[in-house]
Design a protein around this ligand. Sequence first.
Ligand code: PGA
Length: 252
Amino acid sequence: MTTPKALVAGNWKMNGLKASAAEISKLNDLVSENGANCDVLICPPFTLISTLIQLEAQNVAIGAQDCHMNMNGAHTGDISAEMIKELGCNHIIVGHSERRADHGETSECVNAKAAAAQSVGAIAIICVGETIDEREAGKALEVVTSQVKASIPSDATAENTIIAYEPVWAIGTGKVPTAADVEEVHKAVRDVLTACFGSAGAEINILYGGSVKASNAYELMSVANVNGALVGGASLKADDFFGIISVYDQID
Ligand code: PGA
């Protein structure tokens, strides 16, 4: 198989109303006019998926922020991978640290959600990352590698899986790890992926997330084994997000 392109993915979290469609149209135009040397994805709240897909903004894929581990049944308020796929999404984020913290999602639960996403032909973007206490205790690598091992389904390939390393303390805080720290964690994740999946593990994209902005994106995206970004705050405005996408003009 061909190595996947780098991916710059936006996670709108619980932000956006119908008027936000204008940002997707603008982003689509920016990519049409200037090109993009990476794939571009926005994951809006569930309520906006249909609206944004109907824009047919062909340069911007639309994905989801979560799914249930089951396909249907008595799960009030939940949304299944099959429902998301039917809308036309090919990417589903699972195991974001805000879901792990706010909804008590364990890595076993995240693994089941990733498997549900993969079973409908979607790509699971599996999030992992240490807290500040874990980093200060020298446990970042241990925490992240054990989350990857427990959260990734056993038949993962580059066609159905992406990992996003997001240190919890860097999310929404403006703090970012040093390039050396990012490199160390991404290398450890790569080693787990190749140990578990051989050559397929070498092809799985590993995104960095946590306070990525246009001003720091070049440095972060240039690190070995960083194959794209998962972006929260800076994905809400097309101009800011395009500033991150365009650093790939300078990266092979
Ligand atoms: P941030 O969020 O870019 O606002 O730090 C990243 C994320 O949570 O995916």
